[in-house]
Each structure stands twice: as C-alpha cells, then as structure tokens.
Ligand binder design. Structure first.
Ligand code: SAH
Ligand code: SF4
Ligand code: F3S
Length: 466
C-alpha cells in the first residue's frame, strides 16, 4: 500500500462494490476526491484500502512535476499485473494527469478502463457503473469550467473539526513553468452566497476550521468586484467557526484591502502562504510572475507591520532555465532575510504544454539543481530551528488534528501560525482547542504538553470518515 491510499478508507454504502481511491498532488485533488466519495457513496459503492478486495482502483493524479506522472505510470504497471489475476477489476485515472495525458494513457495502458479530467469528476460514479456493466472504455475531458458541480455531502469528510472548501477553480496566470492552467482550466470564482452556504453547513456539522482553496486565492471574486477580504469579514461573523485559512496567495494579487481584512479578522490567523518562487528579478521575469524581488520584500514588510506575529510560507523553484549562480545567490539571500516559517523547494521540471517548454532550454544540470535544493533546504532547516528555539516556554492555542503519525501515543495539532505541535494529552480531543506549552523543538516540530482546554468544538456526531 502506498501513502496516497486513503486509509482508513471512507465509510461507504455497506455491502456495495468496493473502491480503492489513491489521491496524489495538492489539496485541490484531496477535496475533489472527497466530493467523489460523496457521489460514489450515493451510487451504492463502498471503500477499501486493500487492492486485493477492490472492485475498482481510482487514481486521482497530479501533473505538476515529471516525477509525479512517472509514479502513476509505474503504479499502472503494477495494477495491470494485478488485473491479470482479477479480470473484473475496473481501473480509472482522474485528475490533472488524466486531463493532460487523456487518450495517451488509454493507449499506453490496455488494462485502464476510463479516464476523467479535472472538471469531470462529478461523472465518475456513472462512468464506473458503465465500465463495470459493459466493459467499455470511456474518456471524459470536456467538463465546462463554469458549471463544475461543487455538490457535496458535508458529513462525508476525513476530519472532524476541519474542512477544505473550494472558492475558485482554475488559474488565469501563465507562470511559464506551470502546467496548472492547462490541467485545471480558466479561473472561475464561486459566488459568495454559495461559499457561505457550504461553510454554514460544515459548521453546523462540527467544523471549526475551514481552508479556502484556490490557485490564486487572494484574487477570489475579482470578476464580481468582490475581494477575499470581504469574504474573511463575512466568515468572521459566523458563530462556531474559529479559524479560516486560505491557500495559495499570489504576490501580484496582494492588496491593502486583503491585508486590512487579515489584520482585522481574528480567525484568519497568523499565517500566509505566499510563494516567491525565486529571488532573482531576471528569473522572475522569465517565469512571468509579475513582481520583482523588491516588491516581494515590500509585501512582507507591510504584512509584518500590519499583522504582528504573522508567519509566511514559501515555495521556491531552483534550476529554472538560465538560473545562474548569481540568480541562485539572490534566492538564497531572499530566503535568509524572509525567515519563512516553512518553505517547499522544488527542482525545475520541464512540463510539456507550458510556455517555457521548448522555448527555454532546461540548461541547469541536474547535479546543480540538486546542490541548490540541498543548500536551500539546509538553510531553511537552520532558520526554522532558530525560530523554534525562541519559542521554548511559550504557550499556543492548538487545534488538535489527531494522533501524531510518528508517535501515535501523542497528539498532533497546529497553532494560529500553522506551526506543527506534538504533545502529550488526552486522545479524545480531536477537533478541540488545547493550550500547549512548548518544551522541546526540532527544525520541523514544536513539542510540549497540554496545559488546559481552551474551548470545545460544538457538539455534533462524528462525521463519516473519508
Ligand atoms: N498556484 C500556486 C502554486 C501551485 S503549484 C502558486 O501560484 O503559487 C505548487 C508549487 O509547485 C508552485 O508554487 C511551484 O513552486 C511548484 N512548481 C510548479 N510547477 C513546477 C515545475 N514545472 N517544476 C518544479 N516546481 C514546480
Ligand atoms: Fe501555476 Fe502560476 Fe497559476 Fe500558480 S499562479 S497555478 S504557479 S500558473
Ligand atoms: Fe494540484 Fe498537481 Fe493538479 S499540484 S492542481 S494536483 S497538477
């Protein structure tokens, strides 16, 4: 079993044919998978995390880097072998790689029964029925971005106190390295009323923290002349909801209205994921990111002035075409002075269909990309360890997410700045807020012990797990 398998599996329709869902990629895929679980359950399917007992294996895939797609191909190789001894097994590939490689996947893998793109997941239950009944092969890549159904059974979700909510789909930027505009299509924001109605239902069902999802979430609503700040203000007034996160923000779309709203709204917390991607103006220009290093620095200064204690998260790409030692040094310096509380560093991976592909030579040798990646990771670890050491003895209001993965006898949760905390405490407090005192730290985690409960989530039955 690999880490992408949903385990424990969602609770489905008892006695129905069992589906094994494997979800790769970002939170958008995780949420699409949740929406699919609702639909499959309604259609009479149950779920499993064991491929030997599965009637269908569905892979919800990512296309962001070459490696992500390779993993799926090698997994399809294994599943093709499994299908020889289980000829009734139905296989489907969904999500971003499906959108990108559609027909090619069907041609390359005769064992594959169907492919559905990023806007076609509402059809998946029907496609699976058809494939199982008629043994036909199906492909759906045509979903209309304006009318993707967000229909959802709010009780079907993996976490008791937390939920993701789509506020926009697609992306209208054209960062030259990025495949997302091709796989997820044009930007469409959901109307305010729909978003609020969904969050209302989630809160009634016990959710205390929502994470609003969008590729450029801080540009939400601009076509309707609305702003994410307005949505934050509305959610601030919603009783029972305690935390509002939103990912991912784009530096070009940061404006004072949003910073004002974040400063005024207690629930939106002390964390902003704001990827700089590079600390070199010439690289940023070739990436078509639409801002300079100076502008990025200014945004961080203004955020930190207006919202004391705010922490910033980053994504960085090393080895973009033409990245010189000097460009890289710019990125290293940006990282050093920005003091991100978390940072994901990636090696540039050329993606077919992106503006850079074929036009900008992937000329940074892999060994250099690896060296740059290792150097930034080492720097970031040092910075995180320094920051964490300064937090020893401090107390934090932590939303308990469940047992710690590494040490199931301890609990795991996050504070308002999205730091990871592991601590001793009563195991029955998932979805509640606990005050934790930090006693020990590593670069990645703060550890400590529970001091007291801060407040409870509203009483409600535990939702069916996804
Ligand atoms: N919409 C978000 C990012 C989505 S993709 C944003 O604009 O920030 C998540 C991250 O993957 C990106 O921030 C980028 O750092 C990385 N990424 C995207 N395409 C990549 C590629 N071709 N090679 C390496 N990393 C890439
Ligand atoms: Fe990709 Fe850029 Fe859109 Fe983010 S903003 S999804 S990096 S094109
Ligand atoms: Fe997400 Fe990967 Fe698609 S990062 S949007 S699942 S390409």
């Amino acid at each position: 079993m690999n880490d992408a398998v949903l385990s424990p599996p969602p609770i489905g329709h008892a006695g129905g044919p069992k589906v094994l869902l494997e979800v790769f990629g970002c939170q958008m895929n995780k949420l699409d998978a949740e929406l699919m679980v609702s639909a499959l359950k309604r259609a009479g399917y149950d779920f499993t995390d064991r491929d030997e007992e599965a009637a269908a294996v569905l892979l919800v895939t990512c296309a962001i880097r070459d490696q992500a797609e390779h993993r799926v191909h090698s997994h399809l190789g294994e599943l093709s072998v499994l299908k020889r001894s289980h000829p009734d097994l139905a296989l489907g590939v969904l999500g971003c790689q499906a959108q990108r490689q559609g027909q090619e996947l069907l041609s390359r893998w005769p064992a594959l029964d169907f492919v559905a793109g990023t806007r076609d997941f509402p059809k998946v239950a029907r496609m699976l029925d058809e494939v199982r009944a008629d043994r036909t092969r199906l492909i759906a890549l045509e979903g209309d971005p304006e009318t993707v159904s967000e229909e959802r059974d709010v009780t079907v979700r993996p976490h008791r106190g937390r939920a993701f909510v789509n506020v926009m789909r697609g992306c209208d930027k054209r960062c030259t390295y990025c495949v997302v505009p091709n796989t997820r299509g044009v930007e469409v924001s959901r109307p305010m009323a729909d978003v609020i109605a969904e969050i209302d239902q989630l809160v009634d069902d016990g959710v205390v923290e929502v994470t609003l999802l969008g590729q450029t979430v801080n540009a939400w609503g601009r076509r309707e002349d609305r702003s994410l700040g307005e949505l934050l203000h509305r959610l601030e007034e919603l009783p029972g909801l305690h935390r509002v996160r939103f990912i991912t923000s784009h530096p070009e779309e940061m404006d004072d209205r949003l910073v004002d709203a974040m400063a005024a709204c207690r629930k939106s917390g002390l964390f902003l994921h704001l990827p700089p991607q590079s600390g070199s103006d010439s690289v940023l220009r070739r990436m078509a990111r639409g801002y300079t290093v100076e502008r990025y620095d200014e945004i961080l200064v203004s955020l930190r002035e207006r919202i004391p204690g705010i922490e910033i998260g980053a994504d960085i790409i090393v080895g973009f075409p033409g990245e010189t030692d000097e460009d890289f040094e710019g990125t290293r310096r940006l990282m050093e002075r920005s003091r991100f509380s978390q940072a994901y560093v990636f090696r540039y991976s050329p993606r077919p269909g992106t503006p850079a592909f074929g036009r900008m030579d992937d000329d940074v040798p892999d060994a250099v990309k690896r060296e740059r990646l290792a150097a930034l990771n080492a720097l970031q670890n040092r910075l995180m360890l320094e920051r964490h050491r300064g937090l020893i003895g401090s107390r934090h209001e932590v939303l308990v997410e469940g047992a710690s993965r590494k040490d199931p006898r301890r609990l795991f949760g996050r504070n308002l700045a999205f730091d990871r905390l592991v601590f001793e405490g009563d195991p029955d407090v998932e979805g509640r807020f606990i005050e934790v005192e930090v006693t020990d730290v590593t670069a990645l985690t703060l550890s400590g012990h529970a001091v007291s409960e801060v407040r409870s989530a509203p009483a409600s039955p535990a939702p069916a797990a996804v």
